[in-house]
Design a protein around this ligand. Structure first.
Ligand SMILES: *[C@@H]1O[C@H](CO)[C@@H](O)[C@H](O)[C@H]1NC(C)=O
Ligand SMILES: *[C@@H]1O[C@H](CO)[C@@H](O)[C@H](O)[C@H]1NC(C)=O
Ligand SMILES: *[C@@H]1O[C@H](CO)[C@@H](O)[C@H](O)[C@H]1NC(C)=O
Ligand SMILES: *[C@@H]1O[C@H](CO)[C@@H](O)[C@H](O)[C@H]1NC(C)=O
Ligand SMILES: *[C@@H]1O[C@H](CO)[C@@H](O)[C@H](O)[C@H]1NC(C)=O
Ligand SMILES: *[C@@H]1O[C@H](CO)[C@@H](O)[C@H](O)[C@H]1NC(C)=O
Length: 304
């Protein structure tokens, strides 16, 4: 990680000192995932990693070995510039029979992205926006994440509709890492408001920062049907912005332990040492090198 990114985070710290486990699993305990369940994440991990891949000189999206790891993938649309607008792609995975949406995370070299991440101002999700009709006024999210999601929302909706119709599927999976995870979580609130009720959604994201307030986390728990946010070891990003600023995580955390066990945490912001809040009680207990992975062997942003 670059010094710039470290400094940006330090600034934030001072400003703020399935195969996939469905969220509806009712075990009131922290459970360790089996290797076969962990392996079920792998296609999505590669898609999250491929979110970093750039359109080439002819502005076609190329994803290199990240796509080789998901053979048969059919790109539908892509966009962004990796600077003021994060890269994104939408495509179809024939073996999963799902439309896949992936968002680029934070490239430490891209100053605009850093600024987006460092903003901690929160605002009403539905303010000045037609993207979230009917959402309660009490629901607030990080302005930078909200703006980043709004930049690509309607293009993504159109591409998802095209994919669902072209490939006759009602399954949509959203993925992303870091800032891309935050955008994907907002997409998982946005898309169901605009797609047929029989659409099934899955959201599998990595290194998710806190996106909104308690009302947002509760809305996600109630309405986002299958959310998993995977946190690696002592990655500090998922502990930001701090809970004392009124931010909260929805349920659905999976925490990779130092032993490489994957633990499914129960509830929101579980304070157990087996989950990120207990493992990284403050930013100085964190290790930014854990942010990019490895997630079951995959380092985010590699393979483009
Ligand atoms: C959880 O939801 C999934 C898909 O919506 C369903 O197939 C499964 O039976 C549910 N599990 C429980 C324990 O309710
Ligand atoms: C919860 O998990 C821990 C450790 O895995 C175990 O010792 C404990 O008995 C479990 N509690 C319940 C209520 O299942
Ligand atoms: C860009 O990628 C597309 C799709 O993979 C490919 O067809 C095209 O040849 C590539 N163009 C360049 C200049 O590399
Ligand atoms: C599309 O999928 C639905 C549900 O799986 C199926 O009933 C229908 O026959 C399919 N349509 C086409 C054109 O394949
Ligand atoms: C879902 O609903 C849409 C219309 O709302 C319909 O065209 C489509 O066939 C349905 N898909 C399935 C799989 O039932
Ligand atoms: C954290 O997990 C434990 C089970 O290990 C559970 O008893 C507790 O209620 C959870 N805490 C929260 C805040 O959900």
């Amino acid at each position: 990680m670059s010094m710039l990114f470290t400094l940006a985070l330090a600034g934030l710290a001072i400003a703020s000192p399935t195969p996939i486990r469905p969220k509806n699993v009712t075990a009131q305990n922290i459970t360790t995932l089996s290797q076969s369940v962990i392996n079920g994440f792998t296609p999505y991990t590669w898609y999250a990693s491929a979110g970093y891949c750039q359109p080439n000189a002819t502005l076609a999206w190329t994803c290199g070995t990240s796509c080789d790891n998901n053979p048969g993938f059919k790109p539908i649309a892509s966009g962004g510039n990796g600077n003021s607008v994060q890269f994104w792609f939408v495509g179809y995975d024939p073996s999963l029979n799902e439309v896949i949406v992936s968002h680029q995370g934070t490239d430490p070299k891209e100053l605009d992205s850093l600024l987006t991440d460092a903003e901690i101002f929160r605002g009403q999700l539905n303010k000045d926006s037609s993207l979230f009709p009917g959402i309660d006024d009490s629901i607030e999210v990080h302005d930078g994440f909200k703006d980043a999601q709004a930049n690509t929302a309607t293009d993504i909706l159109a591409a998802v509709q095209e994919g669902m119709s072209q490939y006759n599927t009602s399954a949509v999976t959203l993925t992303g890492h870091s800032l891309g995870a935050a955008i994907a979580l907002l997409d998982s609130v946005y898309l169901p408001l605009h797609l047929p009720h029989n659409t099934t959604f899955k959201t599998t994201v990595y290194g998710l920062p806190r996106v909104g307030d308690q009302a947002f986390a509760d809305y996600v728990d109630k309405h986002v049907s299958q959310l998993t946010h995977v946190n690696n070891k002592e990655d500090p990003i998922p502990t930001l912005p701090g809970r004392f600023l009124g931010y909260a995580h929805p349920a659905g955390e999976v925490h990779i332990e130092d032993s490489n066990e994957w633990d499914a945490c129960f509830g929101q912001d579980n304070e157990s040492k087996r989950c990120i809040v207990g493992d990284v009680p403050n930013i100085f207990d964190g290790n930014l090198e854990n942010h990019d992975g490895p997630y079951n062997g995959i380092i985010m942003g590699t393979g483009c």
